[in-house]
Design a protein around this ligand. Structure first.
Ligand code: FES
Length: 72
């Protein structure tokens, strides 16, 4: 489980995968996108998911399929 800025995720994810952690067993907390926290403002929307409603914790596997979750 990790929480941090996007630049941290980039390097941390590479190291964890290289160390043998499965992508569905690595979890990222992405509440930095949130403002209202109740699905009203739309600020946290990434594609169809709303970070506040569908997260804020996502697996790395989720992030691979929605790269803008962590890299925007
Ligand atoms: S934080 Fe406002 S919709 Fe998610």
């Amino acid at each position: 489980m990790a929480c941090g800025p996007p630049v941290f995720y980039k390097f941390m994810l590479e190291k964890l995968v290289k160390a043998g952690f499965a992508k569905d067993r690595i979890f990222l907390s992405l509440e930095r996108r949130m403002e209202c926290g109740i699905g009203k403002c739309g600020h946290c929307a990434v594609g169809y998911p709303f970070t506040c409603l569908h997260g804020p914790v996502f697996s790395y596997w989720d992030a691979i399929n929605l790269p803008e979750l962590i890299y925007t």
